[in-house]
Design a binder for this molecule. Structure first.
Ligand code: CP
Length: 339
């Protein structure tokens, strides 16, 4: 494994094997596997889970890490190419990334969508520029339209819960005060399709996922025996659901236009997941969300605090699967061969 940027870069069997490694490392820790190795973490955007779980994953394998948050204790970084740097950024990624890369054995970067130009974000223009500057392995810690570490953790959570491979997986749009990026819904629909599930994307009119995201998920489903469909019919979508994965995302129709977006989502307050949503679902239907979540906006307390909620298990599995990713990327020596 050279980089960890997108689950789609790997054959399904390799992901299954990575999940088995994650489980093995959970059951039989290898506290010296990455002794002497260093993980660099560059966060252009805030985080709770990703930041903490990456540092802990490296520490649990015996390695060390450093964190850079541009503009907060370190120089603000310019990401655009060819600009005259008269603004607030003191340094360009063209110098900063190779410098950081030279200090570590593996680099993890979080760089959200810029949220102005949909085509540029769908093409991962910013993250592709960053990747081109790295010599060591690179981990995507959430880019414009991907969050592979979250997707891998969610796949493990589904396996831990013994959700059938062909189970009905509903990715539901959820309410939020403003437009959020497409990274998690894009990664989630692809992950569930690649796992082989019958995936339904449930969203209000105007909040369709872009064709390129749906097409990628459909290609994954074609290879795994799953299916992908999309609807705004909540009752039909939720009937028989074994998993409801709630996620907030912005309208691509009004991408980068906050006023139009606010108009589009006014009146959508009932897109808050409540217990009544589960009346026709499978009795043991699970509720998933990547976190952070706004209580009683996206998901009601009664669901988040109730027996269906798997959000804490998902967050914990971030640590478990990222240990496997680091282990593979750094070619850790199997236990027993270290002295
Ligand atoms: N789910 C997730 O990536 O959480 P953070 O944004 O807190 O890292």
């Amino acid at each position: 494994m050279k980089n960890f940027l997108d689950l789609a870069d790997f054959p399904r069997d390799e992901i299954v094997e990575l999940l088995a490694l994650a489980e093995r490392l959970r059951e039989r820790p290898e506290p010296n596997a990455l002794k002497g190795r260093v993980l660099g973490l560059l966060f252009f955007n805030p985080s709770l889970r990703t930041l903490a779980s990456m540092q802990v994953a490296m520490a649990r394998l015996g390695g060390e890490s450093f964190v850079i948050t541009p503009g907060s204790g370190s120089w603000q970084l310019e990401t655009r190419l060819g600009v005259t740097m008269t603004g607030s950024a003191a340094e360009h990624i063209r110098e900063a990334i190779p410098v950081l890369d030279s200090y570590c054995d593996v680099l993890g970067v979080r760089a959200f969508a810029e949220g102005c130009d949909l085509a540029a974000d769908l093409a991962e223009r910013n993250f592709t520029n960053i990747a081109s500057l790295c010599r060591h392995p690179l981990i995507n810690l959430e880019s414009a339209v991907n969050h592979p570490c979250q997707a891998l953790a969610d796949w493990k959570t589904l396996d831990d819960l013994k959700v059938p491979r062909r189970g009905r997986f509903v990715l539901s749009w959820a309410n939020h005060p403003r437009a959020l990026p497409l990274a998690v819904p894009a990664a989630t629909v692809h992950m569930a399709a690649l796992r082989g599930m019958d995936v339904v994307v449930l969203r209000p009119p105007g909040f369709e996922l872009p064709d390129s995201i749906m097409d990628k998920a459909r290609r994954a489903a074609a290879g795994s025996g799953g299916s992908v469909s999309e609807t705004d019919d909540r009752a039909a979508a939720l009937a028989g659901a074994q998993v409801v994965y709630a996620k907030e995302w912005g309208s691509t129709e009004h991408y980068g236009n906050a006023e139009a977006e606010a108009r589009a989502r006014s009146g959508l307050g009932d897109w808050m997941v409540q217990e009544s949503w589960f009346q026709k679902a499978s009795p043991d239907c699970h509720l998933m969300h990547c976190l952070p979540v706004r209580r009683n906006v996206a998901i009601a307390d009664e669901v988040l605090d109730g027996p269906r909620s798997r959000v804490l298990a998902q967050a914990h599995n971030r640590l478990v699967v990222q240990m496997a990713v680091l282990y593979r990327l750094l070619g850790a020596a199997p236990a027993g061969r270290l002295h």
